[in-house]
Design a binder for this molecule. Structure first.
Ligand SMILES: [Zn+2]
Length: 414
């Protein structure tokens, strides 16, 4: 009986094959032999398998209070916040007596100084946390949206620290003044910097840029970032982002320029994705690095729309705003909430960062937002007579500052 059924099935199958034309001779003539023997197209190089990277939520206590043999304890104390500009890769180009020298001396640190700062922070038990994990939006008892401070669960004995890097756009003026040119993806799938050394040779490195240096430091000292956090990158838009010229320009726009812009957009996408995968986050520094204390509402609105269109579209939504020049909107944001502040809050921003003399933060009562100040390791504070008072908990400025490379200017300490 079983055999009969199989036979019937076979006949049915043959009929269906004939009907569907499967048994017919192919209509197309086979390609000439030379095409068959032509060498096959080389396969594209295989994409490297990215090393796994773990990001952990610091607001959740690990089960039993222990993770990887480390005891975690709740923390509600101050979270320190340091911000950096891009670091000087080649001091001989930065400090060459041109008109940019003084500004770079004031607001930047060198690669050597940055490495020393990282080591000092590590030795003093600081650990990185992401700014986005420190506060969260909640609903108050009155039913209003409000920001609240999260309890962070930290390895016992460690102190939480936020890093932010401003203006990681690789502005053209930086390229000729001793900074790296752009971020690229290496053959190993990791982020590298590209640039030219003082002799004009191309240099691809992980030792010349604050982003790759921190990546490497965390690879070598995973306990400096137990949750996988790196820094929040504060981006403008007027010269593109991360070294890619993704911006529009109101003048002389041509189809060629638009095509070039689209190529840059495609090129930066995998860089953004890899940064996000490895603990970096993004915030707005406004599109045009505009002063929020002195520009009118119309300018601020159009600038913000441009940032959202040209930068937000590439890095994803963010709730973090870094005031350009540290300038607070509406004549102050701590004691009052003005039109500009309200506008940014409506646009989704919740954490508003300025610059100050301590890592001050304040949850506003009248609107769902937090304001916070950041400290700024740079030439001004390394030379300052307040270096010990304000930065002594992080490092000894005397051991950090590279007076050999920097221009001869006064220091305020003994
Ligand atoms: Zn800036």
């Amino acid at each position: 009986m079983r055999r009969n059924l199989t036979a019937v099935a076979l006949v049915l199958l043959m009929i269906s094959l004939t009907l569907s034309g499967c048994g017919e001779k192919p209509a197309e003539t086979p390609p000439p032999p030379e095409e068959i023997t032509a060498p096959a197209e080389p396969l594209p190089p295989e994409e490297p398998e990215p090393e796994p990277y773990t990001i952990i939520d610091p607001t959740v206590m690990p089960e039993g209070g222990v993770r990887d043999g480390v005891t975690y304890v709740p923390s509600e104390g101050r979270v320190e916040h340091l911000f950096f500009h891009p670091v000087v890769a080649y001091p001989e180009l930065a400090f060459d007596g041109d008109r940019m020298e003084e500004g770079i001396d004031d607001y930047m640190v060198t690669v050597g100084e940055f490495n020393k700062i990282l080591n000092s922070l590590y030795e003093r038990d600081y650990i990185l946390v992401d700014i986005g994990d420190v506060w969260r939006e909640d609903i108050s008892e009155a039913g209003e949206p409000v920001m609240v401070r999260n309890t962070l669960y930290l390895p016992e004995g460690k102190k939480p620290l936020i890093f932010s890097y401003d203006d990681t756009n690789y502005y053209p003026y930086m390229l000729e003044n001793g900074f790296t040119y752009k971020l690229i993806l290496g053959e190993d799938g990791k982020i590298w910097s590209y640039g030219l050394d003082p002799a004009g040779n191309e240099v691809i490195s992980r030792d010349l840029d604050a982003i790759t240096i921190l990546d490497k430091f965390v690879e070598e000292h995973p306990d400096f970032s137990p949750f996988g956090a790196k820094a929040c990158l504060s981006l403008t838009g007027y010269e593109g982002i991360l070294g890619y010229r993704t911006q529009t320009d109101s003048e002389d726009w041509t189809p060629e320029r638009e095509a070039s812009r689209q190529r840059e957009i495609e090129a930066v996408k995998p860089i953004v994705a890899e940064l996000k995968r490895t603990g970096w986050t993004f915030g707005s520094h406004t599109w045009g690095h505009i002063r929020l204390g002195s520009n009118g509402m119309e300018k601020i609105r159009s600038d913000t729309e441009k940032w959202l269109n040209e930068v937000g579209s590439l890095v994803g939504p963010t709730t973090i705003l870094f005031y350009p020049h540290g300038e607070r909107p509406d004549g102050g944001d701590w004691k009052q909430t003005g039109e500009v502040f309200r506008y940014f809050q409506e646009k989704g921003f919740r954490v508003f960062c300025s610059v100050g003399t301590e890592s001050f933060s304040f949850i506003k009562k009248d609107i769902c937002a937090v304001i916070c100040d950041r400290l700024h390791p740079d030439g001004t504070t390394l030379r300052s007579k307040y270096a010990d008072k304000r930065y002594g908990q992080f490092y000894d400025a005397r051991e950090i500052i590279d007076l050999e490379s920097r221009p001869e200017r006064e220091v305020g300490w003994q």
